[in-house]
Design a protein. Structure first.
Length: 160
């Protein structure tokens, strides 16, 4: 069952890369007392994620923050080192919080997981976006067809 508006995000530990190396971040560390735009992608460095989904959030970073958002974060089932490399490669380092859900714990707990084994990709995140306030989902947009249709930055800007 997919998480819905009004539900609290489940307790999960993510990994991220900082200047000091790998760091664990809990759901509370990221969301408690904050307004966060979180979007999920099937994989770092994959074509749609890198060319169509992430760039909109980087380009609209200032506009999103200007609407009262504290943090913009992206989550994928890649490890933290891949996410760190993706942050550097895309120019999103310092703008977007790149979260590793390497074992898929978060996406499974929220029902946002998808099995892409037929494409040799295994367990991945569905493509989604949400606005979260103090750990509670205020809006959620889950793609139901390929591409970036409802989960992109332009749609989030309309919802803020």
């Amino acid at each position: 069952m997919t998480i819905t508006v009004g539900e609290k995000l489940p307790d999960t530990t993510f990994k991220t890369i900082t200047a000091d190396g790998s760091k664990d971040l809990s759901t509370a560390d990221i969301f408690a007392g904050k307004k966060v735009v979180l979007f999920g992608v099937p994989g770092a460095f994959t074509p749609t994620c890198s060319n169509n989904h992430l760039p909109g959030y980087i380009e609209n970073h200032d506009a999103i923050l200007a609407r009262g958002v504290d943090t913009i974060a992206v989550v994928a089932t890649n490890d933290q080192h891949v996410m760190g490399a993706w942050a550097r490669f895309t120019g999103g380092e310092g703008k977007i919080l790149y979260l590793s859900d390497g074992n898929g714990d978060f996406v499974r707990k929220t029902g946002l997981d998808t099995d892409l084994s037929t494409a040799a990709m295994g367990l991945r995140s569905k493509r989604f976006s949400m606005i979260v306030e103090d750990g509670v989902v205020k809006t959620i947009n889950v793609e139901d067809k390929p591409g970036v249709n409802v989960s992109g930055a332009s749609h989030i800007l309309e919802q803020l």
